[in-house]
Design a protein around this ligand. Structure first.
Ligand SMILES: Nc1ncnc2c1ncn2[C@@H]1O[C@H](COP(=O)(O)OP(=O)(O)OP(=O)(O)O)[C@@H](O)[C@H]1O
Length: 457
């Protein structure tokens, strides 16, 4: 048994360790910048060559180098690591550029990222290919997705909204011009609405028409009514709105044809240019269509509903196939999106190239979102814990994927942004009949500190 003196002597260091552990957990950014960052820079600089060697990332030296080493020193000629740049510290970690040695590819470095993270004592190492032959190692000091803080330099541009934080501490930007249509999947309470909320408020300040189809009686999208150009809250209303959107798309195709001297008989599928080629004064406003709980559009009770469903699905598929050139983009949300939804479901899903997969009910749900674009991400998406709502795996058709999490945004703040930007609703004549009635802002009773007294008191 240790004597009293030993315990007293140990007290100081133990308290220091306890304090450091507490600081690391409670204030990760401050802890990282004051303690973790200098340690990691020293570790990286001191052990770069040996770590690269241990990870199998060194190559044989050139003949000239070998000759020079032999001529000038008595050292044995050792394999050389890829050349590195100067480490650049950031508030969440540090970055260092690496010029790949001949014969190496970014995947070789990415395969060693787990080993590198342990060697340098950081939370994660991400490898990003910057240009042929150059990769950037992004060392992240702590779990940035635990408490999301968007990077300060993340700015919205037209149709490009920084909507979530990526695990490499950069912004996940929803860019409609590069990925026109997206599918957002997740079980109930997984954070889909939060994702839509961030996206919608990001777009609210832009000259973009926002359209909502929310067949859960509008519970998700109604609070944003002041900024919406159109809102359908029942399948019947959606069945009226979708053909109007398709007609608007066809009119825009006619406009492009007229402007560019393309024969009016040319099929829409063969026109390669888009609304962005039109002069600014003639260019129609982009339209982003949010579909919340897409399964509600597919589910039918009677034979008559079946016809209506088929029509709506065909219209959605047409919008997804041809909408991009006409400046019409889809953001489709749901819990599951598989063949069991019925005719056209998988065809529509194939057109939605952007994928964001929140926690699902089972592995099959994750497969529906990511199986056809990034199969190796399915396992990661299936292990998202229920205690971290908003955490998701984002992939795109290029095969890349990354974990992301939206920042918390309260419904009241999002609704307030929509009220403040209500005058920015652009004029899209065809959507005018579907413009929702904006509910009046909640009136808060004035707070009085005086206690009411009975009249006869
Ligand atoms: N990024 C986040 N950070 C913190 N809390 C979050 C985040 N995303 C979601 N939440 C919280 O998790 C809960 C569920 O989120 P949300 O309503 O977005 O889920 P959902 O997938 O839309 O659920 P449903 O399908 O039932 O509407 C909410 O209380 C929300 O505040």
């Amino acid at each position: 048994m240790p004597d009293v003196m030993t315990l007293v002597e140990l007290g100081g260091p133990l308290a220091a360790i306890g304090g450091a552990a507490y600081a690391r957990k409670a204030h990760p950014t401050a802890y990282w910048t004051t303690v973790g960052l200098p340690l990691s820079v020293v570790r990286l600089l001191a052990s770069y060559c040996s770590t690269m060697d241990a990870c199998g990332l060194t190559v044989e030296p050139s003949r000239l180098r070998a000759l020079a080493v032999r001529a000038t020193t008595r050292r044995e000629v050792r394999p050389v690591p890829p050349r590195r740049g100067i480490p650049r510290p950031t508030s969440t970690g540090l970055r260092v550029r690496i010029r790949l040695a001949p014969g190496q590819e970014p995947a070789d470095v990415a395969a060693s990222s787990e080993r590198l993270r342990h060697a340098w004592g950081v939370h994660a190492v991400h490898v990003v290919s910057l240009k042929p032959g150059v990769v950037e190692l992004r060392l992240v000091g702590f779990d940035v997705l635990r408490k999301v803080k968007m990077p300060r330099q993340a700015r919205s541009e037209l149709l490009a909204v920084p909507v979530a934080l990526r695990e490499d501490a950069t912004a996940f930007v929803r860019d409609y011009r590069t990925v026109p249509h997206q599918l957002v999947l997740g079980a109930t309470l997984s954070g889909k609405s939060m994702f839509l909320r961030n996206l919608l408020t990001g777009l609210a300040a832009q000259p973009v028409a926002l359209v909502g189809i929310d067949c859960k009686r509008g519970v998700e999208l109604s609070p944003f009514a002041p900024r919406l150009s159109a809102l359908a809250t029942e399948p019947d209303e959606a069945a009226k709105l979708l053909p109007v959107l398709v007609r608007e798309m066809e009119d825009r195709y006619d406009l492009i044809k007229a402007r560019q001297g393309i024969a009016p008989t040319t099929p829409d599928e063969e026109i390669t240019s888009d609304v962005w080629g039109l002069p600014e004064g003639e260019r129609p406003y982009p339209i982003v269509v949010f579909v919340d709980e897409v399964a509600e559009l597919f589910l039918v009770a009677t034979r008559k509903d079946e016809e209506r469903r088929d029509e709506m699905v065909t219209q959605l598929i047409r919008l997804a196939q041809l909408g991009r050139a006409a400046g019409i983009y889809l953001e489709v949300c749901g819990q599951r999106f598989g063949a069991e939804l019925g005719k056209g479901a998988t065809m529509l899903r194939a057109q939605l190239t952007g994928r964001v997969c929140h926690r699902g009910n089972d592995e099959a749900s994750a497969k529906m979102a990511l199986g056809d674009i990034a199969p190796e991400a399915v396992g990661v998406a299936s292990t998202i814990p229920a205690e971290v709502p908003g955490l998701a795996v984002a992939g795109d058709s290029s095969g890349g994927w990354i974990r992301v999490r939206t920042p918390y945004l309260s419904l009241a703040d999002a609704a307030a942004t929509c009220r403040e930007t209500a005058e920015l609703v652009p004029d899209v004549l065809a959507l005018e009949p579907f413009r929702p009635h904006a509910p009046a802002p909640p009136v808060t009773a004035p707070v009085t500190l005086a206690k009411p007294r009975p009249a006869n008191g």
